[in-house]
Design a protein. Structure first.
Length: 245
């Protein structure tokens, strides 16, 4: 009968097999401590570093958790650069232009006059910038052409099919009203005032007007084509040439 191998050598050190079993035990213990005993681990982290990721404040998407203090001067927020094309890099925001005083309650009246004119001409640079921002922030709901039936999330929000950003209803909205919608949101549309700067909102307005012009031109072309369509349909084309069937 063979006697069992000693668990340690002459110096008291564990043999290879024992060391492996000990290592596996340590790994298992650490895993259990990390997965089944998170609170003690958090307590250790708090004791060592003074804080833990388990207890922290969370915010919803688009939520602005902390408003600036009264009479404070914002630095580098970039929402109101001094001029079109400028980028704030730490300087105080100083503007010498009018900003539509728009509130969420005013979204119920698209015909409201804000006495503010669009300060950004619809030139090539503005339209290019507007398209870039539209494709980044807006395109998912009204679609690439501003037609609700082509919305990327139509399956989730079928009501978008009856809302055309390029259609006649929104064409009647003033430029400041569309600017205000971007700034404070409207209905299911979230606010983007903290993401899109003052002049970039006007760039998007200009690009929306371009989409509307393209939509109107397409509708007029389609109407003209329908007027040219013969009453008897395409199969009666021979009659127009004076050829009898």
């Amino acid at each position: 009968m063979r006697s069992p191998a000693p668990a340690s050598d002459s110096r008291g050190r564990p043999h290879g097999g024992a060391r492996r079993r000990l290592g596996r035990g340590l790994v298992l213990g650490v895993a259990l401590l990390a997965t089944g005993a998170c609170t003690p681990m958090d307590d250790v982290m708090v004791a060592v570093f003074g804080r833990s990721m388990r207890n922290q404040v969370t915010y919803d998407p688009y939520e602005q958790p902390l408003l600036p203090a009264d009479n404070s001067v914002p630095f580098a927020a970039a929402n109101f650069p001094a001029e079109r094309g400028d980028v704030n890099l730490g300087q105080p925001e100083v503007q010498e232009y009018l900003v539509p005083d728009f509130t969420q309650a005013q979204t119920a009246n698209p015909q409201l006059d804000f006495w503010v004119e669009n300060p950004v001409p619809a030139d090539e640079a503005s339209l290019a910038r507007g398209q870039e921002l539209y494709n980044c922030y807006c395109i998912v709901c009204p679609g690439p052409a501003g037609i609700g039936a082509e919305a990327y999330i139509l399956e989730k929000w079928p009501a978008l099919a009856v809302y055309n950003l390029a259609g006649e209803t929104v064409q009647a909205y003033s430029d400041p009203y569309i600017y205000g919608m971007i700034r404070v949101g409207r209905g299911l549309m979230p606010q983007y005032g903290h993401q899109i700067t003052h002049f970039d909102r006007w760039n998007i307005v200009n690009y929306v007007r371009q989409l509307q012009a393209a939509y109107t031109a397409d509708q007029q072309a389609q109407a003209a084509a329908d007027d040219l369509q013969p009453q008897g349909g395409p199969d009666r084309a021979g009659d127009r040439d004076g050829v009898e069937d």
